[in-house]
Design a protein around this ligand. Structure first.
Ligand code: BGC
Length: 248
């Protein structure tokens, strides 16, 4: 079975039909640039371009970088245009796509369900926490394989600051941190999350998962296993399609 997956990120809107049995893209993905400011209308236009590129007419799952309730309504917008808050994104995308059935989910939750079934979380029970390090920090928490949606652990307070302002990959760039300096911040953050949840495994996702050899060895004193995500760039697209199948 195939569902179309779209990953809405700060720099690009990427999508492709997803083969749900294999957990992989069924065709090469298409990417358009995210408009700035990333308003609901501008993003909906970008999504339409991606879907039209394939002439797709079936169900669509989309990620969004904020809290999304009921597969539909955006509740927070830490790193995108504030006008998203309280938008019915399912209705917005659905009408822009000519009435196609649409599901919208948090980006880290989508990446998490893809990793649990097809990547680094395969076969892992107990508490598993996937953290995506990018513009912000996203989180997906699983208890024996079941997702607890919209956990938002990136906004835990760390030393008086929003954790994602200190330990995201954007923070590494903004503050010109070396891999070692940044890893120390990530270590503090993981220790804090571990104190609260005692997970068996942390899966490290986002673009940095490809550079695990540069920083993972600097992270010490965490009891949980720490493993890089495996699906990398496609986790969001695959997970968006999987969540759409789960929620519909
Ligand atoms: C948002 C999360 C999102 C994460 C990664 C955070 O700022 O609050 O909902 O998952 O960024 O995009």
């Amino acid at each position: 079975m195939q569902i179309f997956g779209v990953d809405i990120g700060g720099s690009g809107i990427k999508g492709a039909p997803v083969d749900l049995d294999r957990g992989d893209l069924a065709q090469e993905r298409c990417k358009v640039l995210t408009p700035h400011p990333a308003t609901p209308d501008g993003v909906a236009d970008g999504v339409k371009q991606v879907i039209d590129h394939f002439g797709w007419t079936g169900p669509v799952g989309l990620t969004f970088p904020g809290v999304v309730t009921g597969g539909a309504t955006v509740r927070t917008a830490a790193n995108v245009d504030r006008s998203w808050v309280d938008t019915d994104a399912r209705a917005l995308f659905g009408s822009r796509l000519g009435g196609l059935p649409v599901t919208v989910v948090n980006d880290a939750d989508a990446a998490g369900v893809a990793e649990m079934q097809f990547g680094a979380g395969r076969g892992r029970g107990g508490t598993v926490i996937l953290l995506t390090f990018g513009t912000g920090i996203g989180s997906a928490v699983f208890a024996d394989g079941v997702l607890v949606p919209n956990t938002e652990l990136g906004h835990l307070e760390l030393g008086g600051h929003d954790a994602e302002h200190k330990a995201s990959s954007k923070a590494k760039e903004d503050h010109d941190l070396s891999w070692e300096q940044w890893a120390r911040r990530v270590q503090k953050y993981l220790a804090h999350v571990e104190m609260l949840f005692s997970p068996e495994v942390f899966i490290i996702g986002g673009g940095v998962s490809r550079k695990a050899d540069k920083f993972l060895h600097h992270i010490e004193g965490i009891k949980a296993d720490i493993v890089p995500a495996q699906l990398q760039n496609n986790a969001g697209i695959v997970g968006a399609a999987m969540r759409a199948a789960q929620l519909s």
